[in-house]
Write a protein that binds this ligand. Structure first.
Ligand SMILES: *Cc1c(COP(=O)(O)O)cnc(C)c1O
Length: 426
């Protein structure tokens, strides 16, 4: 059986397969660049493992208080070395990305302090953390005020307004790297570095935190290489490599990370407690695989953009744009197209491939939402997944794929379902 025939056993027609192959021809050069970044990052991660003498004792499970947990402590040192920071907090007790960001913010902001976002509104879930949408236990309830400077019309930083917004109360500046569900571009590490340098020129002792979700290992440098005091993310996205079943990380200065440890556990206890519950093999191995897993997801994003752009759909970022995260938005223009796309992603999954995704009401959203995911880890978005709110411009947000070949299959399957529904002509 040749390759085209094996795709046919998955339900992908010859026409769709050939369209994919034609698109790939033009992506060879992009893929080489991605491989080159992955190769660099693989060496960076490997060097950190070796420097810290990772060995089998690191994989032992600890329970209870988790005192003297060598594996946990070494994992944190490995993260700190990869992100080039003084310290790191990497824990399964951090339940998700929002939790990691909450710990970083609430540990480093005190009553009377002000938090500033110079890049517009933060990710949805953070709005309740901050208290932009009223919520019990928000930072606002604890007396932390919030200010926001929106991006300029063209997506660039509004330096004059940022300078004006930084005042005596400004203690922490939060910068979200990825666009999330917004339509602005994702920032490069270099752009983030410029913004941080500007903020520090206005107020040298201000803490700069970067929400690094979906950005890890997409470039050879991280925001911590560009002056960030803290970088924060989720282990069920890029750095978990698909193997971490839970967790979050905060890498940064010792002063900031120490406080995060005290906030996560308790004042006086900090990073000394927190059993690893047997998760160390997955967290180490996932981090080891993360550069190549992230590269595969990135290839999938570019492949999707080039195919859908060719079919006339607007893609953000566009197929030829440089990449700074693994998210691909495709404006499909109709509910029917969103459903077909998601059916394809779902049908290509290794888990739950037989279920049919449907638009549904979700808490916190004012329109129905459709989601496709068939993941080993619930909600893991480094695994192949797609979702989006059913409202104009009917954009689907596509991300992940533990291997490039799986991402490719998912995208071909989405095209197949679109073609089957008469929504595209091949
Ligand atoms: C995913 C994400 C978060 C955190 O989300 P969780 O679902 O809580 O892990 C925060 N910011 C951005 C930009 C994200 O993409």
């Amino acid at each position: 059986m040749n390759r085209q025939a094996v795709y046919e056993t998955l339900g992908i027609s010859k026409a769709v397969y050939e369209m994919g192959e034609a698109a790939l021809e033009k992506l060879r050069h992009r893929f080489e660049e991605i491989d080159s970044v992955a190769e660099y990052n693989q060496a960076k991660v490997l060097a950190a493992f070796q420097k810290n003498r990772v060995d089998a004792t690191c994989f032992a499970a600890t329970t209870g208080y988790g005192y003297n947990d060598v594996g946990r402590d070494k994992l944190e040192q490995v993260y700190a070395d990869v992100f080039h920071t003084e310290a790191a907090l990497v824990r399964p007790q951090i339940t998700c990305g929002t939790h990691a960001l909450t710990v970083a913010l609430s540990a480093n902001l005190l009553p009377g302090d002000e938090l500033l976002s110079p890049v517009g509104a933060p990710y949805d879930t953070l709005q309740e953390v901050i208290g932009i949408r009223p919520s019990p236990c928000s930072l606002k309830e604890y007396g932390v005020s919030y200010r926001q400077v929106d991006l300029k019309e063209d997506g660039s930083f509004d330096y004059d307004s940022i300078r004006a917004a930084i005042g005596p109360k400004t203690r922490l500046i939060t910068i979200q790297r990825s666009k999330g569900y917004a339509t602005r571009p994702t920032f490069s590490v270099a752009q983030i570095g410029e913004l941080i340098a500007f903020c520090k020129s206005v107020k040298p002792d201000v803490i700069c935190m970067v929400d690094n979700c979906y950005g890890e290992f997409v470039e050879t440098v991280e925001p911590s290489d560009a002056g960030a005091d803290m970088v924060v993310g989720s282990l069920i996205k890029n750095p978990g490599g698909g193997l971490a079943p839970i967790g979050g990380y905060i890498c940064g200065t010792k002063a900031c990370v120490d406080r995060c440890g005290f906030r996560l556990s308790a004042p006086g206890l900090g990073q000394e407690v927190g059993a690893n519950l047997g998760l160390m093999p997955a967290l180490f191995q996932g981090f080891f695989l993360a550069p190549t897993v992230s590269a595969g997801a990135l290839k999938g994003a570019i492949f999707a953009a080039s195919l859908y752009e060719q079919l006339g759909f607007r893609c953000v970022p566009s197929a030829n744009a440089s990449r700074h995260d693994i998210i691909q938005a495709v404006e499909l223009g109709s509910e029917a197209a969103m459903v077909a796309f998601c059916k394809g992603i779902q049908a290509a999954a290794p888990v739950d491939s037989y279920v049919t995704p449907e638009p549904w009401a979700m808490p916190g959203y004012d329109s129905n939402v459709i989601m496709a995911a068939g993941a080993f880890v619930q909600g893991s978005s480094i695994e192949l997944s797609a979702d989006g709110p059913i409202r104009p411009p009917y954009a689907i947000y596509f991300q992940g794929g533990l291997t490039w070949y799986h991402a490719k299959t998912g995208i071909l399957m989405s095209l197949q379902k679109m073609a089957d529904a008469g929504l595209i002509r091949l």
